[in-house]
Design a protein around this ligand. Sequence first.
Ligand code: BG6
Ligand code: MG
Length: 219
Amino acid sequence: MSKKGFIFDLDGVIVDTAKYHFLAWRKLANSIGVDFTEVQNEQLKGVSRVRSLEKILAWGEKSISEEQFAELMRMKNDDYLNYIEKMGQDEILPDVSRVLDCLIEQKQPISLGSASKNARVILEKVALRDKFDAIVDGNDVSNAKPDPEVFLIAAKALDMEANRCIVFEDSVAGVEAANIANMISIGIGDTTILGDADYNFNDFTEISNQFIEELIHKK
Ligand code: BG6
Ligand code: MG
């Protein structure tokens, strides 16, 4: 039986949490007098918490102490945790569950490949944890996307060669990471932003079970 490794990003792919990261970062940036636009936000998608704050500080030409840096990270995460506290299954993005179930039915190994240190909590909240054979998240990596580390660890966890893996991503950094890892990249979201992906879809409602089966059997 043919098997591929299917790796899913979390924020903005499985659940609609990208908007909460945006709101929390904007509040944080504005609180230290730094403007924060949606265009800049695209550059933070998929990027670790530390790297995101470094970028915001660079945009605002701010330099701060290590203590202040740690405090700002804590503030952003507290704010974000407030948003996700009440999350439930209704925040799973449309047709994600269908695609996961299709893969499970086809006995395909599935991993999470997320930069977030909150990933496990969120998967529990939306009751999707059991659908994954492996979870690789921000606690398991030392290099932020676009470094391919997170996806390479996920491939290993699935016991699958990198070139047999398929990555679903909503971020520029994540698509780049998948491409560097020599995996098939599937961009979920705006094609004009994710044009480097091998395939593009606006969301999972556009991904048919037939397309999934073609990916499984593709040479
Ligand atoms: C990524 C998000 O999945 O995780 C980023 O796209 C976020 O916006 C990053 O900054 C780190 O998440 P967390 O939950 O560890 O702060
Ligand atoms: Mg994402």
